[in-house]
Design a protein around this ligand. Structure first.
Ligand SMILES: NC(=O)C1=CN([C@@H]2O[C@H](COP(=O)(O)OP(=O)(O)OC[C@H]3O[C@@H](n4cnc5c(N)ncnc54)[C@H](OP(=O)(O)O)[C@@H]3O)[C@@H](O)[C@H]2O)C=CC1
Ligand SMILES: O=C(O)CCC(=O)C(=O)O
Length: 524
């Protein structure tokens, strides 16, 4: 049963006015009315988070891991109620949301294992050497939580990038309390997940301020959250304009804080000539599948594909047109997003040199119709507007005159989450020449697959240079994401009894760096 209230440190509160959830497909209102969180709610949630931080941040790692696992179990227990509500609010299909629920609880459990492993604390010990001139002090280092984190739920992943998504899971894993700004496109889904985590907080005996969720439709709410002096870092997935606005706000604070914003990426895919010659039709069908998956509402959507002009490229374009013709129009997340998609397509189609390759089936105004355009490399290079991300099922095929022009286009592009090479062995020499550019451009380089779909693992990087993210040194998916919410502290000459337990001489952490040498437990 939904109440429409916000969760402020364990208390379910009414706000100042209400807003309505909308069924993405029909446009009908979905009950109940949802409370617009107030600035007082923000202040109270942040004050409670700062207080709770003292307890949650100092929790033994095993207890922190237990909390993450219980949160996962509680979300699992919401079962189909959660999936049904998320389907109505987002328009996304059942199979996708069932998968997303699995990913959400899976990543909470993976972070529980990561917390227990403790390697992320990066323990280092440099022993004293009093005989040295000047005497060398005893230095011991570990990483600690930065403090309460503000998380902005994303519209396009109502579960895996939202209330209990990757930013929340990694912040909790780092030992940070979390205040979520729920996305108003799925407030019922947010409330259900908030309730599950609140139960886990309570059953683990944690302070209620460990977790709050505030929903609302006014930018002022997000701005107040980022401005609150008790917030130490921000996680965000959404538009470039939104990410930039929050980065600006965070930088203008009396005490500036980092904003880890994942924003805009068009994920270039290169079809190397050997591969294209061999598999033009197969590549065309997989390309159309990837660009139209989930109505194209992925930051990993293949928004630009690069080829060298040839007979195989012509075959590829014919096959793309054919494959597109069978793509049904799909409901988009919100009317704002479908309007923005239509206007993006119109702008792209009007650029000098842009030609329409084909379109998908037509649908209602709530739907996104797949579109693929093409342009030559020189037209693309002449107008930076070609590079604008269009959020939805669209892409542009850039036909270059040779691989040098492919390299030039890649070199001109902004920072990306991913770059992809489709190749056979005969293409490897040319691919090797492109790799240094791809490394400079993106956080993940993919061979012979498509960028949509991100595995949650230890080696995953879902990040990249600006504007893919605000800080290309980080990732928002995978266990490495924990690093965003940690900071190093060195303890110089502290008596052993005052040291954190894992830095004492009698501690046996699995891995540590002692006098510069990595030591595994078996060596100590
Ligand atoms: N690259 C990607 O992965 C994604 C890109 N997008 C892009 O974003 C567009 C809009 O979608 P949406 O998901 O709503 O993303 P937005 O970036 O517009 O919103 C995301 C969240 O940030 C808040 N926000 C946005 N701008 C500001 C601001 N200036 N000050 C304070 N808070 C702000 C929103 O608040 P409020 O709720 O009040 O609007 C919302 O909670 C899409 O059409 C697409 O282009 C969207 C999702 C993912
Ligand atoms: O595809 C994924 O799993 C991640 C996509 C993402 O971060 C996004 O679309 O915002």
């Amino acid at each position: 049963m939904l109440t429409g209230k916000n969760l402020v440190a364990g208390e379910w509160r009414n706000g100042d006015g209400t807003f309505t959830a909308v069924d993405a497909a029909s446009g009908d209102a979905l009950g109940p009315d949802f409370a617009e969180a107030t600035k007082q709610d923000v202040a109270d949630a942040c004050a409670a988070a700062a207080e709770a931080q003292k307890v949650f941040g100092a929790l033994p790692l095993a207890e922190r891991a237990k909390f993450l696992r219980l949160a996962a179990d509680k979300i699992d227990a919401l079962g189909d109620d959660l999936t049904r509500r998320a389907m109505a609010e987002s328009g996304l299909p059942e199979a996708r949301l069932t998968g997303e629920r699995g990913r959400t609880v899976g990543q909470l459990r993976l972070f529980a294992e990561e917390v227990e492993d403790g390697g992320w604390q990066d323990l280092r010990i440099d022993h004293a050497d009093p005989s040295r001139t000047p005497p060398k002090p005893d230095l011991r280092m570990r990483k600690i939580p930065v403090g309460p984190v503000a998380v902005f739920g994303a519209s396009n992943f109502p579960l895996a990038f939202s209330v209990a998504g990757g930013d929340t899971a990694s912040a909790f894993a780092a030992g940070c309390c979390v205040v979520v700004k729920g996305h108003p496109a799925h407030p019922g889904t947010s409330e259900l997940v908030a309730g599950a985590i609140a139960e886990a907080v309570s059953e683990c005996g944690l302070p209620a301020g460990t977790f709050s969720v505030l929903s609302g439709t006014d930018y002022a709410l997000g701005e107040a959250l980022v401005s609150d002096p008790r917030i130490a870092a921000v996680g965000f997935t959404g538009s470039r304009a939104g990410g930039l606005a929050l980065m600006k706000r965070a930088a203008e604070r009396e005490v500036p804080i980092p904003v880890y914003a994942e924003m805009s990426s068009i994920n270039p895919v290169v079809l190397m000539p050997g591969k294209l010659e061999q598999s033009a039709e197969e590549l065309a069908s997989a390309y159309v599948g990837s660009l139209s998956l989930g109505a194209g509402q992925f930051c990993t959507n293949p928004g630009i594909l690069l080829t060298v002009e040839s007979e195989a490229t012509s075959r590829f374009l014919v096959a793309v047109k054919d494959a597109l013709g069978a793509v049904p129009a799909q409901t988009m997340l919100t009317s704002g997003i479908s309007d923005a998609y239509r206007s993006g397509i119109e702008t792209l189609g009007g650029l000098s040199g842009a030609e329409l390759v084909g379109v998908g089936e037509e649908g209602s105004s709530a739907c996104g119709r797949a579109h693929v355009y093409t342009a030559t490399g020189s037209d693309f290079l002449a107008d930076p507007a070609f590079e604008q991300e269009i959020f939805g099922p669209s892409s542009i095929v850039v036909r270059c005159k040779d691989l040098r022009e492919v390299a030039q286009v890649l070199d001109e592009l902004e920072g990306q989450l991913t770059t992809t090479l489709h190749m056979i062995e005969a293409d490897y020499d040319d691919a090797a020449k492109l790799l240094p550019i791809l490394e400079q451009r993106a956080g993940r380089i993919i061979a012979n697959a498509w960028p949509t779909g991100v595995d949650v693992t230890h080696a995953m990087v879902h990040g990249g240079p600006f504007p893919a993210t605000s800080d290309g040194r980080s990732t928002s998916v995978g266990t490495l994401a924990i690093g965003r919410f940690l900071r190093p502290v060195s303890y110089q000459d502290l008596p052993s009894v005052l040291l954190p337990q894992r830095l004492r001489d009698d501690a046996r952490p699995k891995l540590s760096r002692i006098n510069g040498e990595w030591r595994a437990l078996s060596d100590t």
